[in-house]
Design a protein around this ligand. Structure first.
Ligand code: GRF
Length: 218
């Protein structure tokens, strides 16, 4: 399965995916890494690994529709079977969603539908919740609103600040995202025409799956 990863920044999720692939735990090949920022560390990691990269910047005043089309073209060049937003800090529109329907995933640092949008960790701190976590979901036209595929929870500790909570959440992201990619790569999770599991999930995986999906008959 050819995977294209989109990242705007640090790229720790990209590294986690690459490590899981190297360990034989993630049935995918990273065909390309795409960013909206030429300074994204994720691009350096990809280049060092020999993975082709592309940058499609969105500057102030740029036409968003044109940017969407340019990004869709850049993605199409890699002929992806699956696209993953791993710290990609942009909302995409119809030119991308229509061209890659149902095969774009995102990882979000909160237990959706709580705390969508920017800085899920800070939102959880501000709301004084005791449990937060991360979510892997299908990207749709909304902001972090698409079908939830898997979640992992972490405690919010009394002395947590944004960074300590985000760090705890990221440990789970690095475990969860490669796992979901693996399910797709092995056919255990079909994304189209709608997300559904083709085999019963068991063991520790069962705890990561949104129950409604796990319960659906093949
Ligand atoms: C992650 O916490 C992800 O959930 C959010 O942005 C962060 C990206 O981290 N969308 P990294 O660039 O993968 O280190």
């Amino acid at each position: 399965m050819d995977l294209v990863v989109l990242a705007s920044g640090h790229g720790s999720n990209l590294r986690a995916i690459a490590a899981a692939i190297d360990a034989g735990e993630c049935a995918a090949r990273i065909a390309g890494v795409v960013s909206d920022r030429s300074s994204a560390e994720a691009l350096d990691f990809a280049a060092a690994r020999g993975v082709p990269t592309a940058v499609v910047p969105l500057r102030k005043g740029d036409d968003r529709q044109q940017w969407n089309i340019a990004l869709a073209d850049a993605l199409a060049d890699f002929e992806p079977d699956l696209i993953v937003f791993a710290g990609f800090m942009r909302v995409v529109g119809p030119p991308i969603l229509a061209r890659f329907p149902g095969i774009i995933l995102n990882v979000h640092p909160a237990l959706l539908p709580s705390f969508p949008g920017v800085d899920g960790a800070q939102q959880a701190i501000d709301a004084r919740v005791r449990i937060s976590g991360c979510t892997v979901h299908v990207v749709d036209e909304g902001v972090d609103t698409g079908p939830i595929l898997a979640q992992a929870a972490v405690p919010v500790l009394p002395d947590d600040d944004r960074d300590s909570l985000h760090h705890r959440i990221q440990v789970q992201e690095h475990r969860l995202l490669p796992r979901v990619i693996h399910w797709v790569g092995t056919g255990a999770l079909e994304l189209r025409p709608r997300p559904r599991f083709t085999v019963p999930v068991s063991g520790s995986d069962a705890r990561l799956v949104f129950p409604r999906l796990a319960d659906e008959a093949p």
